[in-house]
Write a protein that binds this ligand. Structure first.
Ligand code: UDX
Length: 455
């Protein structure tokens, strides 16, 4: 079996967004550890650093993006551009990638968002596996976009926000994915297209686990007659803090770990809204005052560019941190997995990107949920109302609300129950990776299905 696997090379194509790049590189490591040789195909924009992965080969696909276009400000527009601009270059290089490989290539694995790869793989008669980097529950909602539109739930109307979405309890209209793109239809079209091309693929790999999303996974198996491989949580298969686990496009500031070392257990609120979301300066100030007034210690990631029309830190009132006497710590980018696994961290105020949600679940850290767009809204609803491991920040982003919500999660009446639920899921996330566990077994079937493509 081992010998047979070493004779194969896999081509994996990554999307240049942090929340997509990380799980794809993690998947590559997992498959490498199963004996496959790996070639990563990537855009020139946000390309991964090959020096961090000496055991992989890398191949850049010219993306033709201008300086202005190479931006994550409108991730839907960026993804559309990549789907259009990378098609020809991929077609051009695929014959030599296939013929120059010393080993046969049984399949191509691409991020679901890169739907342009499906027709190209069809042309080359190369089976395509899809990596869906988000959760299965949100994907089910994406897969039902045409139905949700037919029933009038989409596009989301302000007047119906509190209405339940009949086919998707406990979602309300306000929890449905939306995205403000240059073209109002662009998000809907992108979602429908990537779902269609998933259906045309040879199988979908998920960074989730059966025990977390069994209802959605069961429904997906019924609706899509395709193999579904929930083999996550990917990052827990790799040693925390190792080169292989770090796929960060920004350099993490590790000084925050020494600061965390000095804090009491379960006392710190970790605040980060991922790699794309941005807030206004007014919202930034409400967050700052809410954190200050909560009386809890906090570690806050203020990513460059994450405050619209502002440089960031300079928008803080003068002496803000100093006046807190060491109770607050701010970094531009954190080693998030390490932070979440630190015993001082008591809650994660998150935008509920899927990676952040999963990373929090895996460490048993309760969440304060503040979704911005796309799948984040569904993830936040599941975290707060289905898994019951967090509380959604309700109403406006306002300092009093922030203070109240932090207290609710850290010290309120329901705080213990939330923490217990989180610890319970942490155990499940760990058990599924052990021999005989669900993700362990699905990975075995994935590997054997990949090998069967080659025979
Ligand atoms: C994007 C989309 O916004 C989200 O809806 C989708 O689910 C995934 O892609 P992003 O903003 O990148 O999400 O968030 P997330 O999925 O949570 O990924 C962010 C990654 O960056 C996480 O793996 C997190 O550990 C890492 N990170 C974040 C850091 O390493 N340091 C930080 O300071 C902040």
């Amino acid at each position: 079996m081992e010998e047979e696997k070493k004779q194969h090379r896999l081509l994996l194509m990554a999307s240049p967004l942090q929340g997509h790049m990380t799980p794809l590189l993690h998947l590559a490591h997992i498959l490498f550890s199963k004996g496959f040789s790996i070639t990563i195909l990537h855009t020139l924009f946000n390309s991964p650093d090959p020096d961090s992965y000496p055991h992989f080969s890398f191949h850049a696909i010219p993306d033709g993006l201008s300086e202005a276009e190479a931006s994550t400000l409108d991730a839907v527009h960026l993804t559309d551009l990549i789907n259009t601009r990378c098609a020809h270059p991929l077609k051009e290089c695929l014959p030599s990638l296939l013929s120059d490989s010393p080993q046969p290539v049984p399949c191509f694995i691409s991020d679901a968002a890169l739907h342009f790869t499906q027709p190209i793989c069809d042309e080359f008669k190369l089976p395509r596996l899809v990596l869906r980097t988000g959760g299965a529950s949100s994907f089910l909602v994406f897969a039902s976009f045409p139905l949700l539109r037919e029933k009038g739930y989409l596009p989301v109307q302000e007047s119906r926000l509190e209405e339940p979405v009949v086919d998707f309890p406990p979602l309300k209209v306000k929890d449905l994915p939306k995205f403000q793109s240059q073209d109002p239809e662009a998000f809907y079209k992108l979602v429908c297209r990537f779902v269609e091309e998933c259906k045309a693929s040879s199988g979908v790999i998920w960074n989730t686990f059966e025990e977390l999303e069994s209802a959605a996974l069961t429904k997906l198996r019924q609706d899509f007659s395709l193999p579904i491989y929930p083999i996550g949580p990917f990052h827990k298969r790799l040693p925390t803090g190792s080169a292989s686990s770090s796929a960060s496009l920004l350099t993490p500031d590790k000084s925050c770990i020494s600061w965390l070392d000095k804090q009491e257990h379960n006392s710190v609120v970790y605040v980060s809204f991922g790699s794309i979301a941005a807030i206004s300066e007014a919202e930034f100030l409400e967050i700052a005052w809410g954190l200050a007034n909560s009386q809890q210690p906090f570690l806050w990631v203020i990513r460059p560019g994450s405050i619209r029309d502002s440089e960031g830190l300079e928008a803080l009132p003068s002496g803000f941190l100093e006046n807190l006497g060491g109770r607050g710590y701010i970094v531009k980018w954190a080693p998030q997995e390490q932070v979440l696994s630190h015993p001082a961290v008591g809650a994660f105020w998150t935008h509920n990107g899927w990676n952040s949600t999963l990373e929090s679940l895996c460490e048993g850290v309760p969440m304060i949920c503040m979704p911005f767009f796309a799948d984040q809204k569904v993830n936040a609803k599941y975290a707060s109302s289905v898994w019951k491991v967090g509380v959604q920040l309700q109403n406006k982003l306002e300092r009093g609300e922030v203070e109240k919500t932090i207290k609710k999660v850290m010290v309120g009446d329901g705080a213990k129950e939330i923490r217990d639920n989180a610890l319970n899921l942490k155990e499940k996330a760990s058990a599924c990776l052990k021999e005989g566990g669900s993700s362990y077994c699905f990975l075995d079937s994935l590997v054997s299905d990949i090998l069967s493509f080659a025979s």
